[in-house]
Design a protein around this ligand. Structure first.
Ligand code: FES
Length: 162
């Protein structure tokens, strides 16, 4: 024997269950589409840009570079050279195909990739590199730091008195 309340409820037929399933599937599909649209819009708002590091940057105080030293600032791929005439900054990127150059025994720079060598002022000693290592502008900031600007190239005889 069944309870009276259960008798009052109409029975759910197969057609009704099928319609409910279609409605639920439709709502789920709409919700998934709306979610995808929101995700696409959110992705559109975020710019597709690579943020390059600044091309003008401090490398340290003059006293950080002992007289006669050649220091590689690896994160900037720049050598800071302290000579008796003053400071200068020379690129540490080989002008042939872009490898990092290193100090060679002859007080210049040597590229490990294809063997180019450069003098201490960046001029080419042996190829295959055809162009010298550029010297970058260097200034002394108000805070007393050496600042290299890789946007500006300077002649090979540039020296900063600090
Ligand atoms: S990359 Fe330096 S010699 Fe080729």
């Amino acid at each position: 024997m069944t309870a009276p309340a259960e008798k009052a409820r109409p029975s759910v037929g197969a057609d009704t269950r099928q319609r409910r399933a279609v409605v639920v599937a439709g709502i789920t599909g709409l919700f998934a589409g709306a979610l995808g649209l929101v995700a696409a819009l959110a992705r559109f708002v975020v710019p597709d840009v690579l943020y390059a590091p600044p091309r003008r940057f401090p490398v340290g105080r003059p006293e950080d570079f002992p007289p006669g030293s050649v220091s590689f600032v690896s994160e900037r791929r720049v050598f800071v050279v302290n000579t008796s005439e003053g400071f200068y900054a020379v690129s540490g990127v080989c002008t042939h195909l872009g490898c990092n150059v290193s100090r060679d025994a002859g007080r210049g720079f040597a590229c490990p990739c294809h063997g180019s060598t450069f003098a201490g002022d960046g001029s080419v000693k042996t190829g295959p590199a055809a162009w010298p290592l550029p010297l970058f502008a260097m200034t002394l900031s108000r805070r007393g730091e050496l600042v290299v600007d890789t946007r500006r190239r300077v002649p090979a005889d540039f020296r900063l008195k600090a």
